[in-house]
Design a protein around this ligand. Structure first.
Ligand code: AMP
Ligand code: GLY
Length: 457
């Protein structure tokens, strides 16, 4: 038996819990700041607790009390607070980088400077400002467009792009001043990066300090509304292709992105004496200027975790052990050759920034399973047996099939099994469907639909 502690209670963490529990040897323990019904269903009643995950001492004491063999930390805040360091001090190995290594995510400047200092390819031009007047002067003197980024953590919502959310130079200056003066992102600083253009993709890897094992590529849809409109969110949905690539990313492109991540891990180890252990998430932009790094995260993406973990065939427990023991190079990590489409269900009004809490969702779990989709709960409230929305994303469905087009259809069917008021995007991955499919796939699909209409299929 392995006693495994999971830290976090979102959709990503439910997917991690589900993947861990596919292994019969697992007894799951969980600390989360809300009652995630999916995680609760996978653990015994004394083995989960609702508590602030950033309360490092408390979480470490609890882990100690429960004789945890190893911990999996799902999200960035406790990583930034040094939870993995504290757990290790108590002799509990953790999946997740220690505080110094997590700086790849918790400080956007740290990562940009690292790439610069060691000539790692894929960097964007950048400049750091802490004086509002200098920032104004600079922005007025240039016609280039920039991404304005608070330096520390902002739950994916602090980045604003000139020409997108920031329509004029004045708006950019005003936002820059706000970030510096209100210390949005924990520092009185703002990072300006050249505005990258092209298509974005996510490459997640398991890392044991030296070996990186890549997972299938995923594309995340961050904008709240269909057609990539509305404010940025943590992600409204994501898809992956059966061959692990994307319609606009070749194998060579993927290898180039992977080699950027490999160089980062190698430099951290050889030049800074920092060992990176856990999941590494690289967000890249591919376009006219080749492949550029948009950002690094120190954990699985949410929703991207739900795509790759739904496809993972190798035991996640074995992978965790190989990461802890530094033996990832000896493990054959496999994913099924299927496509996936993940769609988040968010509270009504989420798309306009006015999410409605306490809206009741009735989820037909057996039917969702029957149609071959996965269901992952995120931030919901449980009251008198009912699932209620909070102000955050509520739950996600993942369709799995041979093509993304078919996986999308499965995810859409799964959405029909959820009754109540909610906001979801129905266009996840849709604009790319034709590029991965043969004419025959589409015809087969049509025949299937026609037969159903005639009551035959
Ligand atoms: P981040 O929190 O760094 O992932 O940024 C959130 C989103 O902002 C990214 O997924 C991109 O869509 C966009 N973004 C970030 N940096 C840039 C950049 N330098 N140029 C263009 N878009 C960016
Ligand atoms: N989906 C983006 C993130 O997890 O940061």
């Amino acid at each position: 038996m392995s006693n495994i502690l999971l830290v976090g209670g979102g959709g990503r963490e439910h997917a991690i819990a589900e993947a861990l529990c596919r292994d019969d040897s697992v007894r799951l323990f969980a600390v989360m700041n809300c009652k995630n019904p999916g995680i609760i269903a996978l653990s015994q009643s004394d083995d989960w607790v609702v508590h602030n995950e950033n309360d490092i001492n408390w979480v470490t004491n609890w882990a100690d009390e429960k004789n945890i063999d190893f911990a999996v930390v799902g999200f960035e805040e406790p990583l930034g607070e040094g939870l993995c360091d504290e757990l290790e001090n108590r002799g509990i190995p953790a999946l997740g980088p220690k505080k110094e290594a997590a700086r790849l995510e918790t400080s956007k400047v740290f990562t940009r400077v690292l790439l610069d200092e060691y000539d790692i390819p894929g960097n964007a031009e950048y400049q750091l400002f802490s004086d509002p007047n200098e920032l104004s002067k600079f922005l007025k003197s240039t016609s280039k467009q920039y991404a304005l980024k608070p330096v520390g953590l902002t739950a994916g919502k602090g980045v604003k792009i000139m020409g997108e959310q920031l329509k004029t130079t004045e708006e950019a200056i005003q936002y820059g001043h706000e970030v510096i003066q209100q210390e949005i992102g924990q520092y009185a600083q703002i990072l300006l990066e050249e505005r990258l253009t092209g298509e974005e993709f996510t490459l997640q890897c398991f890392v044991d300090g030296k070996t990186l094992v890549p997972m299938p590529l995923v594309q995340d849809f961050k904008r709240a509304s269909e057609g990539d409109k509305g404010p940025n969110t943590g992600g409204m949905g994501s898809y992956s292709q059966a061959n692990g690539l994307l319609p606009f990313v070749t194998e060579d492109d993927r290898d180039e992105a992977l080699s950027i991540l490999e160089k980062i891990i190698a430099i951290l180890s050889s030049k800074k004496g920092i060992k990176y252990q856990g999941v590494l998430y690289g967000q890249f932009m591919i376009g006219g200027n080749g492949i550029k790094l948009v950002e690094i995260n120190a954990r699985f993406g949410d929703p991207e975790a739900m795509n790759v973990l739904s496809l993972l065939e190798t035991s996640l427990v074995d992978i965790c052990k190989a990461i802890i023991n530094g033996t990832l190079d000896k493990l054959n990590v496999r994913f099924s050759n299927k496509a996936s489409v993940c769609t988040y269900v968010a509270p009504p009004g989420y798309e306009t920034g006015n999410p409605k809490s306490d809206s009741k969702l009735v989820v037909d779990e057996p039917r969702i399973k029957e149609i071959g989709a996965e269901l992952y709960y995120a931030k919901v409230e449980l009251k008198h047996g009912a699932v209620l929305t909070t102000s955050s994303r509520s739950l996600a469905v993942v369709g799995i099939a041979d093509t993304t087009r078919q996986a999308h259809a499965v995810a859409e069917d799964a959405l029909h099994c959820i009754k109540g008021e909610f906001h979801a995007r129905h266009d996840i991955g849709k604009k790319y469907f034709s590029s991965e499919e043969t004419y025959k796939d589409i015809i087969d699909d049509h025949n299937h639909i026609d037969n159903q209409c005639m009551g035959v299929g």
